[in-house]
Design a protein around this ligand. Structure first.
Ligand SMILES: NC(=O)CC[C@H](N)C(=O)O
Length: 373
């Protein structure tokens, strides 16, 4: 689409700051959400379809978005979950043999509003200085007063329960039903690549809705439990926290990723807090305190667990720390086969430094199975 014929658009932040751009494709209108940025140079399709981003306006810091097209293989859920896309240069053409469509078509099919030609470097600096905040992207640029009013009514991410919006309505199965191990996974926004990673490790998974009870998950007779990633504030997830407590009491191996990690912390009485602007990218450095080794990791979170309360908790040990800001990145329970991380060992397109965590989960499962037969 020619630059000259594209609609003018802008991003209006909750504090009144405006950045200008142009609409991508023919989609017009307005889209509201919390503005956040991801620094990954690749993986845009996985980001857009990751349920953890539900309700967020995504700023891509990579200067080129769309240049390698899209592929039906590279999705983390069946639809786009971000609320809108903000980027610098949008590629209308792609040149990758493995791609099956252009990003423009993929966005149109998912009815997503996207704007490009935005000074994303200035916008990201602004968010880094002033923190994550609500915003609207819009082509309705003559109607800013009305948009400001609507924007003021958009709920804050702090306190917002979003898992129910993206979770499966009915339980379903994933993988080979003759696999050696069975996993009950709570879907509070699960990414497909987590299911692929478990299935590749000889697991058959039953995926449960966000408000499933422990009794429902236990009825599958699993060898291990899994709590997924997902969107929103972890604190309102009362059903998931109650289920996590019962899984922990039961003593069967449990693994949690990101939102699931936060739920495990909450189940242990550790509170969570909203970060200034979060961690989103694929080059975040982590130190594994058990091995002393560094890991480069994929991250996507705006909340974190309270460090002082974690250190003071007699049942919990901190296993991983984020090297940029020393936030808690991983924990395990001292006397239970329970552990979790704030980042993404399943990351696609990577990095894969942390995929050993799935192996560790399977080791816990095998040990527990030997003890219980
Ligand atoms: N990827 C995730 O699971 C994110 C967890 C939570 N919604 C957060 O922002 O911190």
């Amino acid at each position: 689409m020619k630059y000259q014929t594209r609609k003018k658009a802008l991003i209006l932040l909750a504090d009144g700051t405006i950045f200008h751009g142009k609409a991508v494709g023919g989609k017009e209108g307005s889209s509201f959400g919390e503005v956040c940025f991801n620094t990954g140079m690749t993986g845009y399709q996985e980001i857009f379809t990751d349920p953890s981003y539900f309700g967020q306006l995504m700023v891509a810091t990579n200067a080129h978005i769309g240049n390698y097209g899209t592929s039906s293989e590279e999705i983390e859920s069946n639809s786009i979950k971000i609320a809108g896309l903000i980027c610098r240069n949008f590629s209308y053409h792609q040149s990758r043999p493995a791609a099956d469509d252009t990003l423009e078509n993929f966005l149109a099919k998912n009815n997503l509003l996207a704007i490009s030609e935005v000074d994303t470097r200035a916008l990201v600096n602004y968010i880094r200085d002033n923190g994550a905040m609500n915003a609207v992207i819009t082509t309705e640029i003559d109607n800013l007063d009305a948009l400001k009013k609507k924007l003021a009514d958009v709920p804050d991410m702090k306190g917002l329960e979003l898992a129910s919006k993206v979770s499966t309505k009915e339980p379903y199965f994933f993988g080979n039903e003759n696999a050696t191990y069975k996993i009950s996974a709570l879907d509070i926004g699960i990414k497909k690549n987590i299911l692929r990673n478990l299935s590749e490790r000889d697991c058959y998974i039953k995926v449960f809705p966000y408000d499933a009870t422990f009794a429902e998950m236990e009825a599958f007779n699993p060898d291990g439990y899994f709590l997924s990633n997902g969107p929103g504030d972890p604190e309102p997830l009362e059903a998931a926290i109650a289920t996590a407590k019962q899984i922990i009491d039961n003593g069967t191996p449990l693994f949690g990723i990101c939102l699931g990690h936060q739920v495990i912390a909450l189940a242990n009485g550790i509170s969570t807090y909203k970060m200034h602007h979060g961690h989103r990218g694929i080059n975040h450095p982590i130190k594994n305190l058990l091995t002393g080794k560094g890991e480069i990791t994929s991250q996507n979170h705006g909340f974190a667990i309270n460090r002082e309360e974690t250190e003071a908790n007699k049942d919990i040990e901190i296993t991983h720390v984020h090297l940029n800001d020393h936030t808690v990145a991983g924990i395990r329970m001292k006397n239970k086969p329970v552990f979790s991380v704030q980042y993404h060992p399943e990351a696609s397109p990577g990095p894969h430094d942390a995929s050993y965590l799935f192996d560790d989960f399977l080791t816990n499962i095998k040990k527990h199975k030997m003890q219980t037969v």
